[in-house]
Design a protein around this ligand. Structure first.
Ligand code: NDP
Length: 323
């Protein structure tokens, strides 16, 4: 007789993980992946990852988990015991998770944040003993590489050929700045509302920019104040401006840099993703520049996580269509 199946809930919580067999009774295919966040209801990852799982005929599904900061430790422990494949982490868990996983790959270490966790599958040796890595949680970060792929896709250019200005110095900005540094971009300018935070990030990247590259009077690596005069001066000396602040999440938010300061030679990338144009992308278009929003970064960081979880290529077109 065919098994009766019920569909997964929109959002699960810690209480569900604590009583998982009851919470997922008859849910089919089984839930083995998800995203932990607070808030999490807006996350587009399930639609993208579930499309990939279905396409690859992997019999499992990916759901949202509303997990508060105080619940993260226990939630990670529970998914290990429940034999999950992995999870994504979003606001506000990316930094806290650094201390809650068993080890970190190079990307998570250098960025200083975790956006995905892989749980090593149990491996039982011929002697019946369980391998040392059984069930270990490995933290990684695919935001930086996802960003680089997004820029290549949107503007057909590599970071190493660009003079980049990043707005923000939080988690997303750190991942993007580190990727620009590793790929030896021509110039990096960090503009942040709280100057000290931008300066601290620039100082951490100093070694990557020790060599000469750009001819002319401008520094290869610079933290600048968040003000109009500083933006105006930099715009003639950068090619790509990236918004890595939450400005634009709300419909009423202003563009982080007004259209009158932007110029047609610029590429503008807004890490915020939405179906409508973000205020920053609208300002870019108004100024005759090219603009793209963060859907492509979301897609590529998700595809990279899928590849790490399953050790196979992600079906990028299927995931893109699902978004
Ligand atoms: P964080 O909270 O870590 O950092 C926020 C940054 O924005 C800080 O530098 C902060 O400056 C600055 N900021 C906050 N509010 C304002 C404001 N009103 N005006 C100017 N600057 C402000 O957030 P994240 O880095 O995690 O996320 C930033 C954005 O990136 C989010 O909106 C998210 O949507 C997007 N994102 C997109 C991804 C994608 O795949 N497309 C992936 C990850 C994030 P200060 O130091 O002064 O506090």
């Amino acid at each position: 007789m065919k098994k009766k199946s019920t569909s997964a809930k929109q959002v699960y919580g810690l209480a569900d993980l604590q009583d998982w067999s009851k919470a997922t009774q008859d849910v089919d295919p089984p839930i083995r992946l998800g995203v932990f966040g607070d808030p999490v209801a807006h996350s587009l990852s399930p639609q993208m990852q579930n499309a990939a799982l279905k396409h690859c005929k992997i019999d499992m599904q990916y759901v949202r988990f509303q997990i508060s900061p105080g619940e993260l430790r226990e939630a990670l422990k529970l998914i290990r015991d429940l034999k999950f494949v992995g999870v994504n982490l979003t606001v506000p868990h990316k930094i806290a998770a650094l201390k809650l996983v068993d080890d970190l790959d190079e990307s998570a270490q250098s960025i200083g944040a975790v956006n995905a966790v892989k749980i090593n599958p149990p491996r039982v040796g011929g002697d019946g003993l369980v391998g040392a890595n059984n069930g270990k949680l490995r933290g990684l970060n695919s935001d930086g590489k996802g960003f680089a792929r997004a820029i290549r896709e949107e503007f057909v250019v590599d970071l190493r050929d660009l003079r980049v200005m990043i707005l923000g110095a939080g988690g997303a900005a750190r991942a993007i700045a580190m990727q620009c540094a590793k790929e030896n971009c021509e110039r990096l300018v960090i503009a942040n509302r709280t100057f000290e935070n931008g300066k601290k990030l620039a100082d951490e990247l100093r070694d990557f920019f020790a060599g000469p590259r750009v001819l002319g009077p401008v520094a290869r690596l610079q933290a600048i104040a968040w003000d109009e005069a500083a933006f105006r001066f930099q715009i003639g000396n950068v090619d790509l401006i990236v918004n890595a602040t939450p400005l634009g999440l709300n419909r009423s938010d202003p563009s982080p840099i007004p259209a009158r300061l932007l110029a047609p030679h610029l590429m503008v990338y807004d890490t915020i993703y939405s179906e409508r144009r973000t205020p920053f992308v609208s300002a870019a278009v108004e100024a005759g520049a090219r603009g793209a929003n963060g859907l492509s970064m979301l897609l590529h960081q998700g595809a990279l996580a899928f590849e790490i979880w399953f050790g196979r290529e992600a079906p990028l077109d299927v995931m893109r269509a699902a978004l």
